[in-house]
Design a protein around this ligand. Sequence first.
Ligand SMILES: NC(=O)c1ccc[n+]([C@@H]2O[C@H](COP(=O)([O-])OP(=O)(O)OC[C@H]3O[C@@H](n4cnc5c(N)ncnc54)[C@H](O)[C@@H]3O)[C@@H](O)[C@H]2O)c1
Length: 272
Amino acid sequence: MINFHLNCVLSNNYLKNEKMKLKNKIAVITGAASGIGKAQAVLFASEGAEVIAIDSNIDAVKDVILEIHNSKGLGYALQLDVTDEKAVKETISNIIQKHNRIDILCNTAGVFDGFAKSLDTPLTLWDKLMNVNARAVFILCNSVLPHMIEKKQGSIVNMASIGSYAAGAGGVAYTSSKHAVLGLTKQLTMDYAGYGIRVNAVAPGLIETPLNRDFFQTEGSGIKEVIATIPVHRAGQADEVAKVSLFLASDDASYIYGTAIIVDGGVTATLT
Ligand SMILES: NC(=O)c1ccc[n+]([C@@H]2O[C@H](COP(=O)([O-])OP(=O)(O)OC[C@H]3O[C@@H](n4cnc5c(N)ncnc54)[C@H](O)[C@@H]3O)[C@@H](O)[C@H]2O)c1
């Protein structure tokens, strides 16, 4: 009886391992301490990836790694400000030295501008949004690309937004930064798809995360009215974005290059 039980457990584990979508992959995820990046880190680890969880908030990202380890997943946390070019280059180089490769990069770290209109956007806010949301993605991509080119494989998943297509998902700086992310995704594809590198993006609509906690929790913020305009009448959850990121990162998306998958409960379907 005990042997029978053991055999079942072993064969179930075997089947689970066989079906894992990212088995033995090395995945670097930025913004992994919170929201969508955290959901990606936990999901990717559950699918067999070793996750290098990067964030400026080291305590929170260490907690994510603890959660991963408690579920028997693999990974470790690194503190990094993704806008610091020198530190990013050093970090990526150290990771490659340690593992000999990076298979997946998720550029998920991001900041929001609270829907600030142009005349309410000081240059400091514009620079911050552009630095984290767009310039850092460029730096991270350029840091991993030479190694991916050498290996002739790699998958990059950038975090776009429905603000990559239209106004209104943020203020002027957010919308502009997310348009840049989609442009970068397309141009990198044109330039490097021939080396077997897939660069894609996920474009979420309204997702309930700490990024927009004020919007969700402040009375009179307009959140109810916004949710009423979403065809599905609810906000999305971080794991619903993580699942699409997993698909794009995995070999299931082997012929998907240079595009974004919109995860927005139908919002963009209503745009003319
Ligand atoms: N939440 C939404 O509705 C929504 C919609 C569309 C797109 N997005 C995008 O998804 C991504 C994740 O957003 P979220 O909602 O999970 O936000 P979040 O605030 O929950 O998480 C963002 C993470 O990025 C980290 N981060 C910020 N600046 C950093 C820096 N300079 N260096 C390193 N780490 C840094 C933060 O510490 C945080 O852990 C962002 O790019 C955001 O623009 C979010």
